[in-house]
Design a protein around this ligand. Structure first.
Ligand SMILES: [Zn+2]
Ligand SMILES: [Zn+2]
Length: 195
């Protein structure tokens, strides 16, 4: 069994595939703003530099769906985050570019029953990171301060393409399916870059 649980324990996502396909550090303001918003609502205080992991979007069972709600930061947002509305853990994040193949998770902000110590392969959006760069964490991995250099971006896209799950049909439902089940996505209308 591979389970993602919220901190209060009301919500669970069970996954058919226990593999973590890849991991990144993200310095972007949206990941930070979404985590800080959860913290303000009573959720866990996020790590300064957040580690993201990517799992196959293949959910075998959903528990506590009545406590789950999907949110976007702004009207033009592309990421959709599923929170537990009791403890404000983030249970999963979808982005159109994941193509329903994977979804993103911030393991520090929930309880996963599997080993999440995988080493990130890159640090992305580090130009947006407001704190002192933690050199030790970013030692020996690819660093993307921004994505202005298209050649460099291509390199990361091709590395990730090789790490993504290759099988087509998931056995269960995807995070996108779950988000549809949850009904209307609430738009938070937070000002870009604010905390
Ligand atoms: Zn919860
Ligand atoms: Zn981010």
């Amino acid at each position: 069994m591979t389970k993602i649980k919220c901190i209060c324990g009301k919500c669970e996502l069970h996954l058919n595939d226990k593999k973590i396909y890849y991991s990144l550090f993200c310095g972007c303001e949206d990941c930070r703003q979404a985590a800080k918003w959860g913290e303000r609502k009573g959720g866990k205080s996020p790590e300064k530099l957040q580690k993201l992991i990517y799992m196959r979007s293949d959910i075998s069972k959903v528990k506590g769906k009545q406590f789950m709600k999907a949110y976007q930061l702004r009207k033009d947002a592309r990421s959709t985050r599923v929170y537990c509305i009791s403890c404000y853990s983030i249970l999963g994040i979808d982005h159109p570019s994941y193509d329903n193949n994977v979804f993103m998770l911030i393991p520090f902000l929930c309880n996963a029953d599997f080993d999440t110590t995988i080493k990130p392969i890159a640090g992305i959006f580090m130009d947006d990171y407001p704190n002192e760069i933690p050199k030790k964490l970013l030692n020996n991995i690819l660093i993307y301060n921004n994505f202005k250099n298209k050649e460099k971006e291509k390199k990361l896209v091709s590395i990730l393409a090789n790490l993504k799950p290759t099988y087509k049909n998931a056995k269960g439902k995807s995070l996108q399916n779950l988000i549809k089940d949850l009904g209307k996505i609430e738009i938070l209308n937070l000002k870009k870059g604010s905390d």
